[in-house]
Ligand binder design. Structure first.
Ligand SMILES: [Zn+2]
Length: 548
């Protein structure tokens, strides 16, 4: 090696050295491993929402934040952001009758022909039915399926969204957009004056007994191992009854108007308000759902910025702490999902605390959030949505959100992976040993470039795929609500693997050296964001990337 090369290498390493976030090297695999073994140990029984072990996990995380000398940034400046979930149970008295033409007044049977949705209030209505396409109201996309046609009427809407299979669809390409969320559709219908909502999803692909089966899966006779919840803040907004109806029933009603579900679907794809059709059917609907409130919480803390101006802005680092609990002897430990992310979050929080003790505080404020109930439907991401609805920091002052969920393995998609892998390309773990997915990159080129910069000395393979992928990975963790609110956000994720959501997702299967590197990367990136004179821009004219 010649001298010149030696000097330039030295210079390069000095630059890297000065750029390194203070405390970055304190994030160490031994500590991450110890935390992860506790969080994903059998004693924590899979950290299921509302379980005793879930409560303990939240206490553990909050007490670590407190011990590190961080400041609580949850509700009332405590270490917990508190929110309520609604648990619904099918109650007596669900009724529906349809009158369409003559002499067809029909009494429908609950669970055979229709059922109330989990978030439906107990309510009733009576009136004529208007078809309103997909039931989407998206002014930003110049799309309104309602117009004035549903005022005082019952809206019949379809599940899903336009162009679901079209990679170039304005509705997030192949990713299911937030516009397909049934809860939001019910709110839009209500806002447009509808007195009730009938939803038809599924369509003709199912046999005649498919609907009753589906209905009994949706409303099982016994409380299921995994309960369905709705955020109370959303459930409370919906005052009108909302029910799913069987495709067969809808076809029967449509027969009178010489229409079919397929023709309605074609209409729905046109959208723009053109889809509404008065169906000439009268419906009486009464929904009856018994509600229980379940209290929930997300541990949240912060380290206050040192710059008098910039400290008003915050960088959020997050990882959800819940998982799928235990079913008798079967424990879903959730080591990768997502004890790995929580261990990293605690490691990053400690790095900030240790640096601050040496007088090196970030210029901007850094918030550490461990979201609750990410895994629970419907829809999921309850803790992060709850926070965005009731934020403990001004949202316009959040410069970016960095979310970690499953960062301790390597993506592995087996030949016969089945539906869990939703069409992802077959690949071996060894191919991905050095890789981490960085999703959300297409929403903020600035933030994406900052990730590359932060990775300079860490040298992981940053994989930018799946922002437009039918696997829906982009919307399957807590970065999603932030992206919906126009906040630059990245999702760090080492990929699905055969142990995902099985009892084999255990702590001894985690690659701790990799968790250390991903945690250091996220720490470095959060520090760089906290120090930068400029904040990353959200790309409001985002071009949906080609699918992978
Ligand atoms: Zn997860």
């Amino acid at each position: 090696m010649n001298r010149f090369l030696c000097l330039s290498l030295l210079a390069a390493s000095l630059i890297a050295q000065t750029g390194r976030a203070p405390g970055n090297e304190t994030i160490q695999r031994g500590k991450l491993r110890a935390d992860l073994f506790f969080l994903a140990g059998d004693a924590m029984r899979g950290r299921l929402t509302a379980s005793h072990e879930y409560e303990l996990t939240a206490e553990f995380i909050a007490s670590r934040f407190e011990r590190l000398g961080l400041i609580g940034r949850g509700s009332n400046n405590s270490f917990f952001h508190r929110f309520d979930l609604v648990l619904g149970r099918l109650h007596d008295g669900n009724r529906m009758t349809v009158t369409a033409g003559l002499p067809a007044r029909r009494e429908l049977r609950v669970l055979d022909d229709f059922y109330p949705l989990i978030f439906s209030p107990s309510a009733e209505t009576k009136g004529s039915v208007v078809f309103a396409g997909y039931g989407i109201f998206a002014p930003a996309l110049k799309w309104d399926d309602y117009g004035t046609a549903v005022k005082g009427k019952i809206a019949l809407i379809m599940g899903g969204e336009p162009g679901a299979q079209d990679p170039k669809s304005a509705f997030d390409g192949l990713v299911t957009s937030e516009y397909a969320n049934v809860l939001r559709k019910a709110m839009w219908a209500q806002d447009h004056g509808a007195t009730g909502v009938l939803l038809v999803s599924g369509l003709q692909t199912r046999g005649s007994d498919a609907f009753p089966k589906l209905a009994r899966t949706y409303w099982p006779a016994q409380p299921p191992h995994l309960e369905k919840y709705t955020l109370a803040v959303y459930a409370n907004r919906i005052q009108i009854p909302v029910a799913e109806v069987s495709p067969a029933m809808v076809e029967a009603v449509l027969g009178n108007a010489n229409l079919s579900l397929a023709s309605l679907r074609a209409k729905a794809e046109q959208g723009g308000g053109a889809a509404t059709i008065a169906l000439g059917a009268e419906v009486e609907l009464r929904t009856s759902v018994k509600r229980t409130i379940v209290e929930d919480r997300s541990p949240i803390a912060m380290i206050e910025g040192s710059d008098p101006e910039l400290k008003k802005q915050a960088v959020i680092v997050s990882a959800h702490y819940d998982h799928n609990g235990a079913d008798g002897e079967q424990i879903f430990n959730g080591a990768d999902d997502n004890a790995s992310g929580v261990a990293a979050l605690l490691g990053i929080a400690e790095a900030y605390a240790l640096a601050a003790a040496q007088g090196q505080k970030p210029k901007r404020t850094v918030i550490f959030a461990s979201w609750g109930s990410e895994e629970r439907c419907c829809g999921p991401l309850l803790g992060s949505w709850a926070w965005l609805e009731d934020a403990t920091w001004p949202l316009e002052q959040v410069v970016g959100a960095l979310n970690m969920d499953m960062i301790g393995r390597s993506e592995e998609v087996p030949e016969s992976g089945g539906p869990r892998f939703r069409g992802l390309k077959v690949q071996a773990a060894a191919q991905n040993a050095n890789n981490v997915h960085v999703m959300g990159w297409s929403y903020s080129p600035d933030l994406s470039a900052a990730a590359t910069e932060a990775n300079r000395t860490i040298d992981l393979g940053l994989v930018r795929k799946y922002d437009n992928n039918a696997s829906n990975l982009l919307r399957r963790s807590d970065q999603w609500p932030f992206l919906q609110r126009g906040i630059p956000a990245l999702f760090f994720h080492t990929g699905l693997h055969p142990d995902y959501h099985t009892v084999n997702d255990r702590p001894e299967r985690i690659d701790y050296a990799k968790v250390e590197r991903v945690a250091r990367l996220v720490h470095q990136l959060s520090w760089n964001l906290a120090q930068s004179p400029v904040r990353p821009k959200f790309d409001t004219k985002r071009i949906i990337p080609p699918p992978e």
